[in-house]
Design a protein around this ligand. Sequence first.
Ligand code: GLP
Length: 261
Amino acid sequence: MEVIIRPDADSAAALVAQIIARELRANPSLVLGLATGRTMESVYLKLVRLHRESRLDFSLCRTFNLDEYVGLSGSDRHSYRHYMNHHLFLQVNVDLRNTHLPDGMAADLEAECRHYEERIRRMGGIDLQLLGLGQAGHLGFNEPLSALRSRTRVKALSPVTLRQNAPLFERPEQMPRRAITMGVGTILECRRCLLLATGGAKAGIIARAVEGPITSMISATSLQLHPRCTVIVDEPAARQLQETDYYRWIFDNEPEWEPFR
Ligand code: GLP
C-alpha cells in the first residue's frame, strides 16, 4: 500500500482523475471499477473535462460499479445507476452497454449477484478499481463483519451507513435498507485499487484503515492485503496518520509519481 497526501480535496481528486486517464490511455479497453458518493463527484467532473478538453476516450472502456441499492430502479434518481449516468456516463463517450451495475430490482437477487461476478470474470477481471470510504470504513457496502473473502451479495446496511446516506434522500425512510455490493474478496482480486478519501471527517477512519489492524469490522483494512493499492488523501484526512513523513518521502522519490509531482 502507498499513501499520497495532497494539499486539498481538489488536488487529491485531480490526481485520481489523472491516474485513471493515464491507465485508460495506456489501455483503451480498460476494465474500470467505479464508486459513488460525494467524494467521487469531483473525480468524475475532472474526467468529463479531460474527455472534452484532452479527448480522453471512453469508447472501448468497460465499467463495473461497486454497488447498488436493493429496490431502486435505474430511473430512480437516488439509484447509483442514475448517479453514474448523470455524473459520468452520459457526459463522456462510453458505450452504455459496457457499463455495469448490479440490478437492485432483480427478481432473484442471489442470481443477480452470481451473474455480476460472472460478468466481471468474462471481461477478464477489473484492471483498476476506484474506491471511496464510508465513515465506518466500508468499501462499497461491505458493512461491519463482511468476510474478507466475501463475493458480490446482498448486504443489510448498518446504522452508521443509514445515517450517513439518508440526507441524500428527501425523506430518510425512503432509503433502502439493503444493497447489492461487490464482496471484499471481489475487490481484492482487482489488479489495482485506488482509494480516495478527503476531509477531516475521514481522518480517524483513514488512520484505522491504513495503519490499524486488519479486521472484518472495517472492510477498508483489507486493502493492506492488496499487492497494488494507492490511497490518496488530502491534508485534513491525513491528520491522524502516524507515518506521514515516510509516505511523503516515497511520493517525492518514487519514479512512478514523477509526472504528478
Ligand atoms: C457510499 C458508497 C461507498 C462510498 C461512500 C462514500 O456509502 N456505497 O462506496 O465509499 O458512499 O461516501 P462519500 O464520498 O459521500 O463520503
